[in-house]
Design a protein around this ligand. Structure first.
Ligand code: S3P
Length: 447
């Protein structure tokens, strides 16, 4: 099991108006995939705008261990010399995916149908998370997996020597599981079919098409039916990674709750499988304008102008959950600064993220003087109105970057400062968070 470095407490205090330009780093989901698909193509893929967060760096290191040549040429500029579908070599050492569920699950998928064996581990957070959701469908290809009790890491995966294609209906809304099955299907002969009842982020499908795979998505009564034809030769690509809408949500939400704020956030993805938070904020009364809609790096994007707003609590439609699954922590903070209650249902997937995010948000908000109701699949936050969160607490982040950033944003608008016990996990997805937020006018101090 890897460590995640020394804990570093950080405190946010009531901040002056947040003003200016917020340039968000590259999308984490697309960055992982650019490296992985690049490693499975024949020849050299060029990447610009790669997120250089720890999660993605761990995936880059893993791709090298499987035989791809991965080189950094400058900030965000990388190349991957791929070995082709089925061309991975057996790693000589354990693959450490650090904090990244996306990294470990997608990499298990991409090696599962090659006759090699790999052992995976991660930090204390990742070693608690369920891997059975990926190894169960992979076993249908003929892959074997030996992990700890409950399908936990460390885990050894023995790739299928003679894989068969599979047809698999996802039992939960998970793009990670969908992507793992599609990646495994790449080296199986014939057609692999994945059925998803609720649409989840579609970056793997878009990228598979971009790299030249044969993939068809049909909308049927049972949901999206995705059919992939196995054993293609993937063609190397130039991938321009767009900015991450999940990271953008932190400065956007901060501007909405810090009085007098007015910020500009260029190039935020409006991909329908990722934009649930923005629809929700607008329903709450957020003053956000979506300017200059266009396409960047194969994704629809817009420039966002965001101003402080008087927000009201709403019922978030449960069917929207997959398109904003990573944004519930920061939405809970916004809800605490709204008038009335915000009801979030259908969110049990939050319990198996980097931390149990329902519990982490509920305990932290309570400590800050906010009334919450927690159910197995539900979180209800009773708003204190604009600037009305008492604060004055230390919140536990449980090695979870989004919990850390959510409570730091909360502290920028609360009556008394809010401390997080460990801000170091922020480096997994948004290494420049502190600099970007203080540049806008946030008061953040170490300790
Ligand atoms: C991701 C999918 C989501 C999300 C994660 C990134 C991906 O997880 O929470 O941060 O890149 O596929 P699930 O698909 O497990 O919901």
């Amino acid at each position: 099991m890897s460590g995640h470095g020394a804990a570093q407490a950080m405190t946010a205090a009531k901040s002056g108006p947040l003003m200016g330009l917020a340039e968000i780093p590259g999308d984490k989901s697309i960055s992982h995939r650019a490296l992985i698909f690049g490693a499975m193509a024949v020849g050299e893929t060029q990447i610009t705008g790669l997120l250089e967060g720890q999660d993605v760096l761990d995936t880059a290191r893993a791709m090298r261990a499987f035989g791809a040549e991965v080189v950094q040429h400058g900030p965000g500029r990388w190349s991957v010399h791929g070995v082709g579908v089925g061309g991975f070599r057996e790693p000589e050492t354990v693959i450490d995916c650090g904090n990244s569920g996306t990294g470990v699950r997608l990499i298990m998928g991409c090696m599962a149908t090659t006759a090699i064996t790999a052992t995976f581990t991660g930090d204390a957070s990742l070693c608690k998370r369920p891997m059975g959701r990926v190894t169960d469908p992979l076993s249908l290809f003929g892959t074997q997996a030996y992990g700890r009790k409950g399908g936990r890491l460390p885990m050894t995966v023995v790739g299928a020597a003679n894989p068969v294609p599979v047809r698999y209906a996802l039992p939960m809304a998970s793009a990670q599981v969908k992507s793992a099955v599609l990646l495994a299907g790449l080296n199986a002969p014939g057609q692999t079919v994945v059925i998803e009842k609720e649409p989840t982020r579609d970056h793997s499908e878009r990228m598979l098409l971009g790299f030249g795979a044969e993939l068809v998505v049909e909308s049927a009564a049972e949901g999206n039916v995705i059919t992939l034809t196995g054993q293609p030769e993937l063609r190397p690509q130039s991938v321009a990674v767009p900015r991450d809408p999940s990271s953008a949500a932190f400065p956007v939400c901060a501007a909405l709750i810090v009085e007098g704020s007015d910020i500009f956030v260029p190039g935020v993805s409006q991909n329908l499988t990722r934009n649930g938070i923005y629809l929700t904020l607008v329903e709450m009364g957020a003053d956000i304008t979506f300017e200059n809609p266009r396409e960047e790096g194969g994704e629809p994007v817009a420039d966002l102008r965001v101003r402080f707003s008087d927000l009201k609590g709403i019922e978030v439609p449960p069917e929207r959950a997959p398109s904003m699954i990573d944004e519930y922590p920061i939405l809970s903070v916004v809800a605490a600064n709204a008038t009335g209650k915000t009801v979030m249902r259908g969110v049990k997937e939050l319990r198996v993220k980097e931390s149990d995010r329902i519990a982490a948000m509920a305990r932290g908000l309570e400590a800050c003087g906010v009334r919450v109701e927690e159910g197995e699949d539900t979180l209800i936050v009773h708003g204190r109105g604009p600037g009305g969160v008492p604060g004055g607490a230390t919140c536990a982040t449980h090695i979870d970057h989004r919990i850390a950033m959510a409570f730091l944003v909360a502290g920028m608008a609360s009556l008394k400062p809010i401390t997080v016990d460990d801000a170091s996990p922020i480096a997994t997805s948004f290494p420049m968070f502190e600099g970007l937020m203080t540049g806008l006018g946030a008061t953040l101090t170490k300790g």
